[in-house]
Design a protein around this ligand. Structure first.
Ligand code: PEP
Length: 657
């Protein structure tokens, strides 16, 4: 995903709020046992300081669960950071509040303030809007560099981003996106994946995804036992998930179908008991005796894996090959670690080491620093590899533009569903809607349901839309809702100029333009509706009508807002009527709109702007319509009120990428 990076920000004199992951392990005397997380953050921090920025750092630490636990203060981190940066670090007494604000507002260029543990407030993990807004007040720019928590929709991780005009990734996050994101999307082939560790059950989704993209998968650790058991092999007293053999069979079946080679261990290192000091013996996998426990792969397997790795250009390693924590069982894991390090250094293998246990294993082998990338995230790395949209990364590209246009499947609920029905329906959507990195989803409830629906959906991949907005910011305008309030209610997208509003509420191009400006000012994404009436089409005026609507809507809008709009082409005669434009008619209009945008606003603007089709789009016609080159999603009325239909449209979009 092409998010903005720190390099594109003007940092001089700015209060730069950086979300780090300083959750380092401490010993009994509250001394830092391993400062890797602090060290890994340094390139970003040094860049801000070098450019003359004012550095405001925030992090969680431990699990204080919303109360102030003195042992979980970030004081040890402030001390260590001071040593590493050779600078005084001011540790703020809290992360929000007047005192903190005063400290931050009085900062000078090049100074560093570390906010106290974010998780002293329950609102952090709850993803609370107001808490996020208070944090956001402290900075002028926001940089996300805490990959380890990017899979969490916490206040400081993702919710906060919408309060900034400029958000970017720091160097640590940039590298995670480049390596893990790059390998999942466009790996240098052949790609080998090493899947090991204890349990299949915790890795099913990632295994299924990796089968899709890998050429070879090497199996080790406890996972190997379950796979072998599924093949009818005796595994003795080894750690297995006997109830997961069906899953293991499914994995083998899928791999066969996809042509992905699965390599299972040829031999195992076994112990009499599950401890370091115990009798050990190697068994060929088909000859393992009942009273032994497999605790790692054996030398024949190591050799086989080394041979098979030789022609690979990329390797993703997820999970240790043996119980490396026991010295007597570490050898085989270290041998694999060694060979990957060697190939990386000498024959250009791209090596990506998953976080958690695998990172710990290579560190114990003394080899960290010898791989292309060691992930700083355990759970986050897994979810990223599964292809899930991580809230902490997704929030960095507000327009959804990432080099190629992402589909946007947008539901307009119009005047349907009571608040209770809306929340229930949102709960159903949460389960039903596919979570695909290439498809954004929006649901636009009635105004009074926006907040409860947002509460239901805020930790999911479904964003909230509003059906209208007013252009003034405050004042005596009975019945109207300003953009800022929408934003504070969790709204990301705002439908503007819908044909029903043009028809029944005297919406004009001029009022549309005022609304678009108001929405952009708040960092929301306008979904600008355009489209001709039946008589206009019959008079062959459709292009002229749409052209003047687009020019009217975008009049006097700064080009710097270019990545933040969506246009919905909705022929009025097709809305709610059951009549749809043919795919050819729709494509012709979409192409026309894109050309219009190119001529008027330039290539970048035109290529990055999503143009949705609207007008009786449904599960049956979605494939043909969304399959058109210039159609980037749908604005959907009727079909968005039926969960299965809406999910099916999103599913169709996901398959069209
Ligand atoms: C809409 O309301 O924008 C719309 C396209 O409705 P429908 O899908 O019901 O035609």
């Amino acid at each position: 995903m092409n998010t903005l990076t720190i390099d594109s920000l003007e940092l001089k004199g700015k209060r730069v709020l950086v979300r780090c992951d300083f959750n380092v392990p401490l010993d009994d005397e509250l001394k830092i046992r391993d400062d890797k997380r602090i060290v890994d953050a340094l390139p970003t921090l040094k860049k801000v300081l070098k450019e003359g920025g004012r550095l405001i750092l925030m992090s969680h630490f431990g699990r204080p669960k919303g109360t102030v636990v003195p042992e979980m203060s970030l004081k040890p981190v402030a001390d260590r950071l001071g040593e590493l940066l050779k600078k005084h670090i001011t540790l703020a007494p809290d992360c929000i509040g007047d005192e903190v604000k005063e400290i931050v507002m009085n900062m000078k260029d090049g100074q560093v303030v570390l906010l106290e543990n974010l998780r002293f407030h329950t609102e952090e993990e709850a993803g609370d809007e107001e808490f996020a807004a208070k944090l956001a007040e402290l900075g002028e720019l926001y940089i996300s560099d805490a990959f380890g928590v990017c899979h969490r929709a916490h206040a400081s991780v993702s919710i906060i981003a919408k309060y900034f005009d400029k958000v970017a990734s720091g160097y640590l996050l940039k590298k995670e996106i480049e390596y893990i994101g790059g390998a999942m999307k466009d790996p240098k082939k052949p790609l080998a994946t090493i899947l090991a560790g204890n349990k299949i059950s915790s890795k099913i989704d990632v295994i299924m995804k990796l089968i899709d993209i890998s050429d070879k998968i090497f199996i080790g650790g406890g996972i190997a036992n379950t796979m072998l058991l599924a093949k009818g092999v005796e595994v003795g007293k080894s750690l297995v998930e006997a109830d997961k053999t069906e899953v293991a069979k499914e994995i083998l079946k899928k791999a066969e179908k996809k042509g992905t080679k699965i390599l299972l261990p040829l031999d195992m290192l076994c112990g009499k008991e599950f401890k370091n000091e115990t009798e050990t013996k190697y068994f060929d996998t088909d000859k393992q005796e009942k009273e032994w426990i497999a605790m790692g792969i054996g030398p024949k397997t190591v050799q086989n894996y080394i041979d098979e790795l030789k022609d690979c250009k990329t390797v993703i390693w997820n999970g240790p090959m043996s119980v490396f924590e026991f010295e007597n069982f570490a050898k085989e894991t270290f041998e694999i670690a060694n060979i990957i390090a060697d190939y990386t250094q000498n024959i250009g293998l791209i090596s990506i080491i998953g976080g958690g246990d695998t990172a710990a294993a290579v560190k114990q082998a003394g080899l960290d620093g010898k791989y292309s990338h060691i992930s700083t995230g355990g759970g986050a790395a897994m979810e990223y590899m599964e292809g899930k949209k991580l809230p902490g990364i997704a929030c960095l590209s507000p327009s959804g533009f990432d080099g190629k246009r992402k589909f946007l499947i947008a539901g307009n609920w119009k005047m349907n569903k009571t608040p209770l029905e809306a929340v229930r329906f949102a709960g159903e959507l949460k389960k039903a809607m596919p979570n695909n990195d290439n498809v954004d989803i929006m649901a636009a409830p009635v105004f009074n349901s926006i907040w409860p629906v947002y509460q239901e959906l805020k930790k999911t991949h479904i964003d909230i839309g509003a059906q209208d907005v007013f252009w003034e910011t405050s004042g005596a305008f009975t019945g109207e809702v300003p953009a800022k309030m929408l934003k504070l209610s969790g709204v990301k997208y705002c439908i503007i100029g819908h044909s029903e509003r043009r028809q029944y509420f005297h919406e004009t191009d001029e009022t549309v333009n005022k609304k678009v400006k108001a929405v952009l000012k708040e960092g929301l994404v306008p979904v600008i509706c355009v489209g001709e009436k039946l008589e206009q089409r019959e008079a062959e005026l459709e292009k002229e009508v749409v052209k003047s609507q687009i020019h009217g809507a975008l009049a006097h809008i700064q080009l710097c807002d270019r990545l933040n709009i969506v246009i919905a082409y909705e022929p009025v005669w097709a809305i709610g009527t059951g009549k749809t434009a043919t795919p050819e008619q729709a494509q012709e209009m979409h192409e026309f709109i894109r050309e219009l945008l190119t001529v008027t606003y330039g290539e970048v603007f035109a290529q990055s702007t999503r143009i949705l089709y609207g007008g009786s789009l449904n599960a049956a016609n979605a494939k043909e319509l969304l399959g058109q080159k210039d159609i980037d999603g749908g604005l959907i009325g009727g079909a968005s009120l039926k969960k299965d239909d809406f999910a099916s449209i999103a599913e169709t979009a996901g398959k069209l990428i």
